[in-house]
Design a protein around this ligand. Structure first.
Ligand code: MLT
Length: 266
């Protein structure tokens, strides 16, 4: 069920599906809660699943010129408080994972388990920061061109023709993202700090979902992070790029279900 609340006096859209212990799914850059349609429906047979349009994405308003990962985490907290939910597993895809780590740093008492889904605790390299600036200029000129070229690269080459419908859905969601939301997220990602310590100090279990063919975040680098948390699990999706929920939907769903059950039993 789609619902709305407010954050900084602006609109936030989220959805609630299913009953039981709660899993929160946070989408990535240029995405919206629709990206998790299949995954959240599958998980909602066993859990209450909350998906949220992060600021400047989907139907949630842009609230500033820059959306830091902390600001996005505060928006997530606002939604969870409005539902009176206190403990949950929280999973984030890529930029959503950066928000998960900011959330775990700010509100550790609410987290039963963390999942970094094609995501990292490392900050942007100097090169990546420069690239963000370049992309901001491109997006301001013509965000459609940037989006149309970027989205197919998120999928492993071997999956693009098989998953044509999913590529088009992802493209359409990205095209619907407002320019000011895109720029605010790029600036926020650029200034995010390292959150390796959040992983190191996590008291809850951490799950890493990694795509072997991810061209955004190399799987070898992500695998190095899996040794940081005290309780750490990982799954490497052999045939996935950056979009595991589309490219390996069953493995992804089963990994998250198993992990969440284990977190709630702990
Ligand atoms: C994402 O998919 O959310 C982004 O690629 C993350 C990033 O640009 O660092």
């Amino acid at each position: 069920m789609i619902r709305f609340t407010e954050f900084k006096k602006e609109k936030v859209r989220y959805s609630v599906q299913g009953k039981g212990r709660t899993i929160v799914l946070l989408h990535g850059f240029l995405e919206s809660l629709e990206i998790f349609e299949e995954l959240s429906t599958s998980l909602s047979k066993s859990f209450r699943v909350i998906t949220i349009d992060l600021p400047g994405h989907g139907q949630t308003s842009t609230v500033g010129y820059m959306h830091s990962m902390e600001l996005m985490a505060q928006c997530v907290k606002k939604v969870m408080d409005s539902l009176h939910l206190r403990k949950y597993v929280i999973a984030g895809h890529s930029m959503g994972g950066y928000v998960v780590l900011a959330f775990a740093e700010l509100f550790p008492q609410h987290v039963s388990g963390l999942c970094l889904f094609h995501s990292t605790a490392m900050p942007d390299s100097e090169e990546r920061k420069k690239e963000r600036e370049r992309i901001i200029e491109i997006v301001k000129q013509d965000h459609k061109k940037f989006v149309s070229e970027l989205i197919p690269k998120l999928f492993a080459a071997e999956n693009i023709s098989i998953l044509r419908e999913e590529v088009n859905i992802a493209k359409q969601i990205a095209l619907d993202t407002p320019t000011e939301g895109i720029v605010a997220a790029l600036l926020g990602m650029k200034v995010r700090p390292s959150r390796e310590l959040v992983l190191k100090n996590a008291r809850c279990p951490v799950l890493f979902i990694i795509g072997k063919k991810d061209v955004i975040l190399a799987w070898e680098n992500l695998l190095l992070l899996t040794s940081l948390p005290k309780i750490s699990y990982n799954i490497v999706l052999e045939h996935a790029g950056h979009m595991g929920f589309y490219e390996a939907p069953v493995e992804t769903f089963k990994a998250l279900r198993r992990f969440s059950r284990m977190c709630f039993e702990a």
